[in-house]
Design a protein around this ligand. Structure first.
Ligand SMILES: [Zn+2]
Ligand SMILES: [Zn+2]
Length: 180
């Protein structure tokens, strides 16, 4: 990863963006830029599913990049899907430069529970690291503690840690000069 920008798509919790800016900048040892918020592209909306198609959004995310080699992580509160799945927490181009994540299902209120800002931010960090891991070239990891493990439910996100496992870190450090 050469450079990283955050792109809010639609209204997004400002404390989530703040946290991602700080934590991702620390994790990848690079400055994080913040792009002006954009509206969620309406043509990605599926009125039957009442969700936005993640792969479709990735094209718009890519178009917002200020430079070819800048990785852009878009964050939205809208619920996302890909055709073969009920929903996705996020989606990324493998070894690419575009990623999108949704905070919809990271929020306790989605499950009829009391809002927890701290839990929302913790889950958002894990999801951001997961999607960015894909852009850097990591695939799903069998280590259930690793952020690169596949999470189909929010409980699985809560069960994993806030960083890459040792083997994922070695891979990142060796091939992409990401600090271990
Ligand atoms: Zn994944
Ligand atoms: Zn791993």
């Amino acid at each position: 990863m050469n450079a990283l920008c955050l792109l809010p798509l639609g209204p997004v919790d400002a404390t989530v963006i703040e946290m991602l800016d700080r934590r991702l900048s620390e994790r990848f040892a690079l400055p994080v830029c913040r792009l002006n918020g954009a509206v969620v592209p309406g043509d990605a909306y599926d009125p039957v599913r009442k969700q936005f198609e993640a792969t479709h959004l990735l094209r718009a995310v890519r178009a917002a990049a200020p430079h070819d080699r800048t990785t852009v992580l878009a964050v939205t509160m809208e619920d996302l899907f890909i055709p073969m799945l009920t929903f996705v927490f996020g989606q990324a181009q493998l070894r690419g430069t575009a990623a999108v994540m949704s905070t919809a299902r990271l929020d306790q209120r989605f499950y009829g529970l009391e809002f927890s800002p701290a839990l929302l931010r913790q889950r958002a960090l894990k999801e951001a690291l997961h999607e960015l891991g894909h852009t850097i070239g990591l695939t799903h990891c069998p280590d259930r503690q690793c952020v690169m493990t596949l999470s189909n439910a929010v409980q699985q996100i809560d069960e994993k840690g806030e960083d890459y496992c040792r083997s994922c870190r070695i891979l990142l450090a060796d091939t992409h000069r990401v600090p271990a």
